[in-house]
Structures are given as C-alpha cells and as structure tokens.
Design a protein around this ligand. Sequence first.
Ligand code: DUC
Ligand code: ZN
Ligand code: ZN
Length: 491
Amino acid sequence: MGTLFKNGTIITASDMVQADLLVEGEVITQIGRDLPVSGHLVVDCTNKYLMPGGIDVHTHLELPFGGTVSNDDFDTGHKAAAFGGTTSHIDFVIQPKGGSLHDGLTAWRKKAAVAQIDYGFHLAVTDLRPEVLDEIPSLVAEGVTSLKLFMAYKNVFQIDDATLYKTMQVAAANGMIVMVHAENGDVEASLTPKLLAEGKTDPIYHSHSRPREIEGEATNRAAIMSGMTGCPLYVVHVTCEPAVEAIRRARAIGYPVMGESCTQYFFLTAEGDLGKPGFEGAKYICSPPIRTEHDQAVLWQAVKDGTLQHVSTDHCNFWYEGGVGPWQDWAKQYNGGNWVEFEAQDPTYRRPGKELGKGNFAKIPNGMPGLEERMMVMWEHGVNSGRFSPQHFVEVMCTNPAKIFGMYPKKGALTIGADADIVVWDPNLKHTLSVSNTHMRTDYIVYEGMEITGKPVQVYLRGQKVVDGDEWLGSNGSGKFIHRHPHAPVL
Ligand code: DUC
Ligand code: ZN
Ligand code: ZN
C-alpha cells in the first residue's frame, strides 16, 4: 500500500501542475492525472500545494561558541525545521584545533544520533596542518563534499589566505566545494578594541566593528582565489551590496562562484533592530551584521536574478535571558575550536546566552533563531508580495541547494525515484509568527508578530508523515545522514 496525494498542485523549480503523486516506501513512484486510488492511503490535497521538503544548508545545532552552546540540537532543531517545512539541512562540523577533521565528524555524528529529519555535514577546517590537508580527500567517501573556511573570528576559527588557497586547490582536485564566511577578521580585530576603548559597548556597535567593506573585500578575495584555482566557491550569509557585487563580477568573468543570503538579512536592519533601546539589540547580533534597507533591496534582486542561489538561516540561537538547557557530555570536548573542559553534568546548570555581552558587544554570542520560519517568511515576502513565482521559491529553497551540494535529485525534487520528502502547503492558511507558538528552543524570535499567509499543514520525510497540523509524529533516530556526491554542478 502506498500513500496517494490526490488533487493537489505540484510545484517544482520549473512547473506548477495539477497532478496526483504516489509514494511507495520511501520514494515517489508515480506522478500523473487521476491515479487510481485502490489499495492506497489517500491524502486529499484539494486547494493545497505539494512541494519538495525545504533544504537549509546553513545551520549550527548545539554549537559550542562564544563561551556557551547554541540552544537547538538535532532533536528540537529538527522538529522546528519540519514544522516550518524544512526536511533536510546541512550542519557545520568544526575541526577541533590540534585534532583531525574526523575528530570533528565523530563529535557531530554523536550529536546527530537523535536526528528527526535528514541531515548532512560540511567540514569547517580551522587548523590546516600538512596531515589535515592530506585528510581532506578521504571525506568524499564519507559523503562530506563541502569544506568551510572562516575568514573572520580571529584566534578562534579564522584561517589565513594560504590555508584558503591550499584548501581550494585540494578541494578542486577532488570535486569538492569550498564555502567561506567572508569578513576580513583582521580589520574587525582592529576596529573592535578601539570602539570598546571609546566606550562604544552597546549592541549597535557590533555593526560598526564589522562594516560592509570588510565583507565585500573578503568576498572578493575568496572569489579571486576561486577563479585562480578553479574551485567552486559558495559564499555563505551574503548581507550587502559590496559582497553581492563581488560575486556578480566574478560570475560575469566565468569564475565558479555562488552564494546565499539568510532570511534575517531581508527583514532586519542595524538601525532599527541592533539599535533598539537598552540591551534588546543583542537579540539581533549575528555575523556578518544585519545591514540597511538598501542592502535588503540588493539581496532581493540578487536572489531574483540568480546571483545568489539559496536562502538559508545560519540558525544559531542563544537564550536572550539565559536559560536552563540539557547538558551533554560531548559538549565538553571543545569550544571555539579549542579543547576545553565544560562544567560537569548538572541539572541546575544555566546555559549562558546573550547576557554574556552586557556592557561589551564583542562578548554577545553571535547568532539567532530562524530555522522554523524560513519557508513561511520567504513565501510571504517572496511569493505573496509578487517578488518571485512559486516555482522560483521552490528553486531557491529546495532545488538549488540540493544541486549545489550534491544531493539532487534524491533531495530537492518531486520526481519519480526521489525521496518522498513532501510538504503539503496550504496557501490560504493565516498564521502569526510568535515565540509563543514556535517549536525552536528559544525565548524570542526575530519575526515576532509577523503575519503570514501560507504554511505547511502536513510534512512527510521519506514517505513518513512527521507533521500533521500541530502534531509531531516523527521519532528520534528517524533522520538519516545524507551521503552527498562530489562534482556537483556550479549554478
Ligand atoms: N555567524 C553567526 O552569527 N553565528 C554563527 C557563526 C557565524 O558565522
Ligand atoms: Zn558565518
Ligand atoms: Zn554560520
């Protein structure tokens, strides 16, 4: 017996058609008009859209960072993602300094034992010793085909240009893709102490410490190296005009450069949000910082014209007021790339959050929640507002990330043989986003009060229903690792 999705409108990256869709086992086996219902469980999709499960290639679940650990893990984060229509994501494994890439992988595999949705791993290289350079090709056989390099976070994750260049050479030779966090960390490290010495300690000064120019410069530097090495480059969390222009220029001369922005950069501004009274602005601190309305317009245009191919979240949430979170033994292993002993398991432990940076913006943990809302806010402000078509929405949120990161057409497509990751989307359902109804482990959201029309009503992961309205039907361990392929296309 299969599951027959009847009378819905199927949206793919290229088409919007009325058709039935049959799922048998974990995959889609038939798509067509008036498929016979006999023997199948029927899901009536009248007035509903069917789209591939969303893919978010940029998350940080349970990341030890900034003196604490990000709140959502492979349990809570996964449920929240699925309630919002995302069924696959790729998280960043961090190589511990002094350790191997596989040490990082081992730690992340442990975290993912509770997975509820499907996931992949990128590997963030923080310490490129000769043996680590030699280790890179072995990742491909493990289904890890993307490397990440931080050009910022001096003395924590930041690498130098030689590391970037050498990594790109090895990646190119092995069909891998390199991702960069593009900000000039040396300039940031010069600006920050000066601001603090001048008494400029409020959250708004975070944006002064990381101006648009240092993002544009680093993006351009990485893009040039991509052209020189022939290594596909994917610039994460692009926020502003100088970075978009660097990518556009590189693409125009044929360099294999791609990029994404993240939901928050289309909606939040430094002036309006980081500049909120008191310490409130801490909620909106992420790096690179949120920018201006002008930059938002540039980003919408870049997604529309294909300069940027994906919108992810950089989901990395920390308590605003601090909170009590479960303590995991594995988190003792490292923090910010260094081996550190955390406090022992203690039920009264209060996991620190944004308050770590009261009186010093540089100590506010960087990151915010967003994994659950991504599809809904981009549908509302992308599709409902007429900025792009439903097909383009699917292309950007589901299909492009699957292609770029070597998991298409198993993921990111409603096609015969693809994994039956299906979102039944009600385009008429109204909803108000609020911390009171979120599934993320957070005490605030950044879209509080935003009204949206269109949201998932049912979500299927490889044929299994995991979300039914407000009900969670998935289980720990049901999420599978996505073994990705090298030599993915450059879009
Ligand atoms: N930026 C953030 O805001 N959080 C996590 C890491 C990053 O680069
Ligand atoms: Zn980053
Ligand atoms: Zn990130």
